[in-house]
Design a protein around this ligand. Structure first.
Ligand code: HEC
Length: 164
């Protein structure tokens, strides 16, 4: 019995030494060298991260934009949903359509924006954007953004909706 335990110990130590000589770390396993061309396994999926990466450079992290430089304040986004055509307009603008995000991602970013920084301006019982709705908007690009916006602002003024 004692002899066989000793044999097992000798065998185990021998194997450990052989593995160590082989470059195998008994505790941490093999070292995997990083590859510069390895595909990212951490693709961004959160709407907030998409906003930060694709929108915040112009509209700022808090959505305030820079109205003096013609970058609108997104915190009033909900007011567009109170005028005819506004819901379509806000997903047709070039910054949204040309963001490189797909229809589903655009819908998610818009829903996230409306539910967070634009929440105070949001009408009650607003249906969330869907990928299909964004896809339909994509097939009708805006020709004159400034003119379309001016019409919506005028309509808002007539209805007493706060929109600048
Ligand atoms: C390169 C700067 C830039 C980026 C990036 C950008 N935008 Fe904009 N955005 C603007 C400007 C400037 C306007 C004003 C209208 C126009 O000229 O297109 C605007 C208009 C808008 C509007 C219409 C609001 C209004 O009051 O007229 C919305 C909504 C909007 N952007 C959302 C987004 C979202 C969401 C993203 C990211 C997916 C984004 N933008 C990325 C610059 C940008």
């Amino acid at each position: 019995m004692r002899h066989s335990t000793l044999c097992l110990l000798v065998l185990l130590l021998g194997t450990a030494r052989a593995m160590a000589a082989d470059g195998v770390d008994m505790v941490l396993g093999r070292i995997v060298l990083p590859r510069g061309d390895a595909p990212s396994v951490a693709t961004t999926t959160s709407p907030r991260a998409h906003y930060v990466l694709h929108c915040a450079g112009c509209h700022r992290v808090d959505g305030a934009g820079a109205p003096e430089k013609y970058v609108p304040d997104l915190r009033q986004l909900g007011s567009f949903l109170r005028v005819d055509g506004g819901r379509l307009f806000v997903v047709q603008v070039p910054g949204v359509m040309g963001s490189g995000l797909d229809d589903r991602q655009v819908a998610e970013v818009m829903n996230w924006l409306l539910g967070t920084m634009a929440r105070a301006s949001l009408p009650e019982a607003t249906a969330p954007y869907t990928a299909d709705e964004v896809g339909r908007a994509r097939s009708q690009p805006l020709i004159d953004v400034a003119a379309a916006r001016a019409r919506l602002v005028q309509q808002a003024r007539e209805r007493g909706v706060a929109l600048q």
